[in-house]
Design a protein around this ligand. Structure first.
Ligand code: ZN
Length: 158
């Protein structure tokens, strides 16, 4: 496993639409392992493949530090409610901003064995799912921020 370099706002790779994963390969398994390690090392709660420069529809999320979710080709099939709160991103270091997201989402994705599964999330998990899935279509939370971006020092970032 290896820590990968996290791409930052301004880099073109963060604005592109990612491609679906069609088969699991050793290379993609290694990418997923590296994404988890990179996310934990950066104290993030989520990381999308384009953030490490790979245009594939893969995200990793762990909002508790002990419950990693690996989502391949994820799509939101249900959402409801609303939450407004501070959000950050490992690709926008040192900043946070207020974003409104659904308070509940249900996502369908493939696991590392390319088997379909469902994941439901509320509150922080729902926020992280929405945030990370936006990355797969080339969008950053700063496009959705209500009001100014704030400077932060030690907040958990996504
Ligand atoms: Zn992000």
């Amino acid at each position: 496993m290896a820590i990968r370099n996290i791409r930052e706002i301004g880099e073109e790779v963060l604005t592109r639409k990612c491609r679906e994963v069609t088969e699991m390969t050793p290379r993609i398994r290694e990418l997923i392992e590296d994404m988890l390690e990179t996310m934990y090392e950066a104290n993030g709660v989520g990381l999308a493949a384009p953030q490490v420069g790979v245009l594939k529809r893969i995200v990793v999320i762990d909002t508790t530090g002990e419950d990693p979710h690996i989502l391949i080709n994820p799509r939101i099939v249900e959402s409801s409610g609303e939450q407004t709160g501070q959000e950050g991103c490992l690709s926008v270091p040192g900043k946070s901003g207020q974003v409104t997201r659904p308070n509940y989402v249900k996502v369908v994705a493939l696991d590392v064995n390319m088997k379909e599964f469902e994941l439901e999330g509320t509150e922080l998990l729902a926020r992280a799912i929405c945030h990370e899935l936006d990355h797969l279509d080339g969008h950053l939370y700063v496009e959705k921020v209500e009001g100014p971006l704030r400077d932060v020092t030690e907040d958990a970032e996504e």
